[in-house]
Design a protein around this ligand. Structure first.
Ligand code: C5P
Length: 406
C-alpha cells in the first residue's frame, strides 16, 4: 500500500512560475491516495487559478485569511491540525523569509505559525535569489528549527538564466515527503548494511560468470529501513536498480570485492542482511584481454570456490549485532534454510522459493533458532516491510527477555 494512502497533506503554494508543476504534483499525490488541502498565497493565484487545484483535489482551495464563510466551515487552525504533513511548493524567497521571522500576514503564513505537523519545503526561485545571503541564512535557520528541505536543482530557469533554483523533480519531492508520514522511526540511530544483486566473475577482459538476480528485494529492504530511520549502506552488484538519496551506496562487481566492501561497512554495524546472489565460484585464472576462440569443441575451465560472505560476516570479530540471510530453495524450504542458519551462524534466515527470483511478488518463512513464521505472497516492497517488521519484533522480544532475566 502507498505510504500516502489516506494521509492528509496540506499543500502550501506560494507565487512562482513553478506553480504549474506543483499542480501536477498534487495530481500525483492524489493518485497515490493522499488527501490534499491546498492553501494558495495571493501571488500564487496570479500564476494559476484556485480552480486548477480544486479540480485536481476535489476540495475547495483556501486563499484568504478572513474569508468568514470558509472560516466557519474550516478555520485556519483546523486546517493546520488535520494535516499529517505540510508541503510548501513552490516556496519563494519571500515565503522563506516570512517563516524564518515568524511573520504571519496571510492565510498560509498564519497556518504555518499554528502548524505542528512536519514540514517539507521545496523552494524555487531565481538563482541569485536562492544564493543570496538573506535566503541562505533563512534556510539555515529553518533547517535548525526542524523544517526539511528538498533543495532546488540546477537548470534553465523561467527568467531565462541558468543556475540553481529550479523546483526539484516531482518524484524526488514525493520521495522526500514519505519519511514525514512515518509516525515513528523505530530504527533511528541504527546502521544497517545490505548487499544486493548478482556478482559477476570475470573470465577475461569481456566475459563474465553471473546470475539472474535483480537486487530488487535488497533495494526494497534498504528503502524501507531508511524510511524507518536507519542509516543504510547498500553494497550493490551489477544492474541493481536506482535508490533514493537516503541510501549510501557502493558498487562492486565480483564476490571478492563484495566481501571486502561488506566487511568494511558491516564492522560494528547494527544489522547485516545478505540478499545478494553471490556467485559460488570464480574462474581460477582471470585472463587479460579477450581469449581467442580456438578450434576446440570442448574446453575445460577451472573454477575456485568463492568465500561465503555472510558466514564470514557472522563470525568475524566486531561482527554486526544481528545478521540475517536468505535461502532460495526449490524444496523442503524450511529444513534446508534451518541447516543454513546453523552452518552460517546467522541470527535469522528467510526461506523462499527460487521462483521469487526475478518475480514481482515474493513469499517465504521468517526463521530464527526458536521460531518459523510464514510470510504470505505480496509485492516486493510489502515483502520487505514484512521482513523488517519481523526483525523489529524479534529484537523487541529479545529485549523483553533480557529485562526479565536476573
Ligand atoms: O548457501 P546459499 O547460497 O543458499 O545461502 C544464501 C545466503 O548466503 C544468502 O543470504 C546469500 O547472500 C549468502 N551467501 C553469501 N556468500 C556466498 C553464498 C551465499 O553471502 N558465497
Amino acid at each position: 500500500m502507498s505510504m500516502f494512502a489516506g494521509r492528509h497533506i496540506l499543500l502550501g503554494v506560494s507565487g512562482g512560475v513553478a506553480v504549474y508543476r506543483v499542480a501536477e504534483l498534487a495530481r500525483l499525490l492524489q493518485k497515490a491516495g493522499a488527501r490534499i488541502s491546498v492553501v494558495m498565497s495571493r501571488a500564487a493565484c496570479q500564476f494559476v487559478t484556485p480552480l486548477t487545484f480544486e479540480a485536481i483535489t476535489g476540495e475547495a482551495v483556501h486563499t484568504e485569511l478572513f474569508d468568514l464563510t470558509r472560516e466557519r466551515e474550516m478555520g485556519h487552525i483546523q486546517l493546520a491540525r488535520r494535516a499529517d504533513a505540510v508541503l510548501l511548493a513552490p516556496a519563494t524567497a519571500n515565503l522563506l523569509a516570512h517563516l524564518a521571522h515568524g511573520i504571519a500576514d496571510d492565510l498560509l503564513t498564519t497556518i504555518m505559525q499554528v502548524n505542528e505537523a512536519p514540514v517539507l519545503i521545496a523552494p524555487a526561485m531565481n538563482r541569485s535569489m536562492w544564493a543570496s545571503a538573506a535566503t541562505q541564512a533563512n534556510v539555515e535557520q529553518l533547517k535548525s528549527a526542524g523544517y526539511r528541505f528538498i533543495e532546488p536543482t540546477s537548470g534553465a530557469l523561467a527568467c531565462g538564466e541558468q543556475g540553481v533554483g529550479r523546483l526539484a523533480e516531482l518524484e524526488q519531492i514525493m520521495d522526500a515527503l514519505q519519511p514525514l508520514l512515518i509516525d515513528a522511526q523505530p530504527l533511528a540511530g541504527q546502521h544497517w548494511v545490505i548487499n544486493a544483486g548478482p556478482t559477476a566473475e570475470a573470465w577475461d577482459g569481456v566475459r563474465l560468470l553471473t546470475n539472474r538476480a535483480t537486487g530488487r528485494l535488497g533495494v526494497a529492504l534498504a528503502e524501507r529501513a531508511a524510511l524507518l530511520g536507519a542509516a543504510v549502506t547498500l553494497i550493490a552488484g551489477p544492474g541493481v536498480p536506482a535508490t533514493s538519496t537516503r541510501i549510501r551506496r557502493e558498487h562492486i562487481t565480483s564476490a571478492i570485492e563484495m566481501l571486502q566492501r561488506c566487511i568494511r561497512a558491516a564492522t560494528r554495524a547494527d544489522l547485516f542482511i545478505g540478499t545478494a546472489a553471490v556467485s559460488d565460484y570464480r574462474f581460477a585464472e582471470n585472463h587479460a584481454g579477450k581469449l581467442k576462440r580456438g578450434d576446440n569443441h570442448r574446453i575445460r575451465v577451472e573454477l575456485t570456490a568463492n568465500p561465503d560472505i555472510i558466514a564470514h560476516i557472522a563470525t568475524m570479530p566486531d561482527r554486526p549485532t544481528r545478521v540475517v540471510a536468505f535461502a532460495a530453495e526449490s524444496c523442503d524450504h524450511v529444513t534446508h534454510a534451518r541447516q543454513k542458519l546453523e552452518k552460517k551462524h546467522v541470527d535469522a534466515i528467510i526461506a523462499n522459493d527460487i521462483s521469487n527470483m526475478g518475480s514481482d511478488t515474493a513469499s517465504g518463512w521468517w526463521i530464527t533458532k526458536a521460531t518459523t513464521t510464514p510470510i504470505e505472497a505480496m509485492d516486493k516492497p510489502a515483502f520487505a516491510a514484512a521482513i523488517i517488521e519481523q526483525i523489529i519484533a524479534t529484537e523487541r522480544e529479545k529485549d523483553a527477555v533480557g529485562r526479565t532475566e536476573p
